[in-house]
Write a new protein. Structure first.
Length: 86
């Protein structure tokens, strides 16, 4: 399963920002990295990884991450000390 997570991680950091990163693939990557993901009100999800916390909204009606969120996600991974996926 590591290769799929590596691909998802690479897509998040790819430029120009990708528009085809599946929400479920993103969540599976987070779980693989040891994050806890908790649904909150509405489409919000709280994510905690390596002591860092963020809230992100599940996309709807589509199922791919909003490109505008990718900068926040990249910054979050950096704060959490995630620089690569093995």
């Amino acid at each position: 399963m590591g290769r799929k997570h590596q691909k998802t991680f690479a897509l998040i950091f790819e430029k120009p920002d990708q528009k085809n990163i599946d929400w479920d693939d993103f969540i599976q990557l987070l779980l693989f990295l040891g994050a806890s993901v908790e649904p909150q009100r509405g489409s919000a999800h709280g994510i905690k990884l390596n002591g860092e916390y963020m809230v992100i909204h599940k996309p709807h009606p589509g199922h791919t991450l909003y490109p505008v969120e990718l900068k926040r996600i990249r910054e979050y991974f950096t704060r959490a000390g995630i620089t690569k996926v093995e």
